[in-house]
Design a protein. Sequence first.
Length: 215
Amino acid sequence: MNSGHVEPGGPPLVFPLTDGRLTKFSVSTMDNNVYLLGCAVTGTQVLVDAAAEPERILAVTGEAGLTAVVTTHRHWDHIRALPRVVAATSAESLAHPDDADEIPVVTRTVSDGDVVRCGRLTLSVIHLRGHTPGGVALHLADPAGPDRLFTGDSLFPGGVGKTWGPGDFDTLIGDVEAKLFARFGDDTVVHPGHGDDTTLGAERPHLAEWRARGW
């Protein structure tokens, strides 16, 4: 599998899909990943995490604009460009209701099982608690390719995201196991909020190790 490695400020990486394309690029010194989903049939585009550098996000988005921006969770490094991008594109701003109050602009909330449409492409919302109360992953099904999961900061190569409060780690790894690993196959690609991609198959053998170490 391509590692999905992109350098902050470097050229985007494009993954072809059956009915469109997925563009991944990195912004800011925190290496935040931004994902642009585009439907080849309708020209519709949806962005995942307007993290930073709004002018660069708008340049990659281009004249086709955006119908929606989905925010995976409320942490500041994932929302710095959101107000500017929404103002420039008139896109809907979508987030889970449990995180929405701490996100600067939300026009519609989405919950577990909801679907965000991008022309002929669809993103299914999966609520993952623990890193934040209203974190979400987004599932993209491609008939001719692997399933893809945009996991924000809930799942990375090598472990789940950081947790702070008592019980949050158990909640997060429980949701990740039940809603991601138990549901999707080993070839499912994980596109995290920072850094390189991975697959569920590469990470699955380490679940017990993650539980034992507690992070």
